[in-house]
Design a protein around this ligand. Structure first.
Ligand SMILES: [Zn+2]
Length: 77
């Protein structure tokens, strides 16, 4: 009894976890997929335009995009 609880249907669309490959943390924020891949260098596995990130990967994403923003600002000033 109870073992079937662990076998949740593998529905990509309804999952509540981070979209980074191999990550099983709870999702926290959605970000544009292109940015997550190219700017933050995250290995996201998602369809559509946005990917869900957990807290940890969201931090990584923020760090990566912040760096880029700062660099851009520096070069524009
Ligand atoms: Zn994650």
């Amino acid at each position: 009894m109870g073992s079937y609880m662990k076998r949740e249907r593998k529905s990509k669309r309804k999952k509540k976890t981070c979209d980074v490959r191999g990550c099983d943390e709870k999702k926290k924020k959605s970000v544009p997929i292109g940015k997550a891949k190219n700017k933050a260098d995250l290995d996201v596995d998602a369809d559509g335009t946005s990917a869900y990130l957990c807290k940890k990967h969201w931090k990584e994403f923020k760090k990566a995009t912040k760096k880029e923003r700062e660099m851009r600002r520096l070069s524009w000033d």
